[in-house]
Design a protein around this ligand. Structure first.
Ligand code: ZN
Length: 269
């Protein structure tokens, strides 16, 4: 019996069965040591300040993903983009990282924005001024109560014009976003006008400052959120003054493609 175990030990040493140094011809132990398969963490993950959705195969999701009954949107690089429009409300737990960036506010809390877009905004406004234009910030962050006031005032306006309440609400929501669906509540949007033309109407696009902003905003990570001819997608009228921060990568993609934010996600597969 003892001789049998000695025989087995010799066989093992000769064949290397105790610890194979390499499973592939020509490979080395350091790079090819077998590892236990790691379990992929799927679903929503937070990484480097961004949120991603990991598919079952380990890739990042792109486009619309329904998570817990809520539509969530992921750009080509996998980063989540907050989309609010008449069909998508603010996430119930959304809480912007608000920082004061401006010494004047038309509304309470109106001189704050999410910290992520303040430096790019100030850089854009500085360069616009250096190019010889004067810009006024009309609106930035809005609290829910502010949005409700603006919306109700607009509904009242249409009721006073003779519309019934349903029609008044419908018309109002094309101009003042329904409370809970305004990008201003994200803290990532600003309304900017040329100081020489203090009106929020389509003629704003003809002003020198607005022309400069529309041409260059993407370089700073902003988009003109409600472009001309896109109301069927955005649900909001053409607003040549409302700029939304989406980051430089996505802003450049939208600029190059000519797509509005909704179209981008509709076409992203
Ligand atoms: Zn706006």
């Amino acid at each position: 019996m003892k001789r049998f175990f000695v025989f087995l030990l010799v066989i093992c040493l000769l064949t290397g069965c105790a610890a194979p140094a390499s499973s592939q011809p020509g490979s080395t132990q350091a790079t090819d040591a077998p590892t236990a398969p790691t379990k992929i963490q799927t679903g929503l993950i937070a990484k480097d300040g961004n949120t991603y959705y990991v598919n079952a195969d380990g890739t990042y999701a792109k486009g619309k993903v329904v998570v817990g009954g809520i539509d969530r949107f992921f750009a080509k690089n996998g980063e989540e983009v907050l989309v609010v429009n008449p069909w998508h409300f603010l996430p119930y737990d959304y809480s912007p990282d608000l920082v004061t960036f401006y010494d004047y506010a038309q509304y309470e809390d109106g001189n704050v924005l999410d910290q992520s877009c303040i430096d790019p905004l100030l850089e854009m406004l500085g360069d616009c001024q250096e190019a010889g234009h004067t810009v006024r910030i009309v609106s930035s962050y809005r609290r829910q109560v502010t949005q409700e006031t603006l919306y109700n005032n607009k509904v009242d306006y249409y009721v006073n014009q003779g519309h019934d309440i349903e029609k008044a609400r419908e018309e109002a929501s094309k101009i003042i976003a329904l409370p809970g669906t305004s990008e201003h509540q994200l803290g990532l949007a600003v309304d900017l006008i040329d100081s020489s033309y203090p009106y929020l109407d389509e003629a704003q696009e003809q002003t020198p400052a607005q022309k400069w902003l529309m041409e260059h905003c993407w370089e700073y990570g902003f988009i003109l959120r409600y472009p001309s001819g896109k109301t069927a997608h955005t649900g909001i009228i053409y607003e040549p003054w409302h700029y939304r921060y989406v980051g430089k990568e996505l802003a450049k993609e939208l600029q190059n493609s000519g797509l509005c934010l909704e179209e981008y996600f509709e076409t992203l597969k």
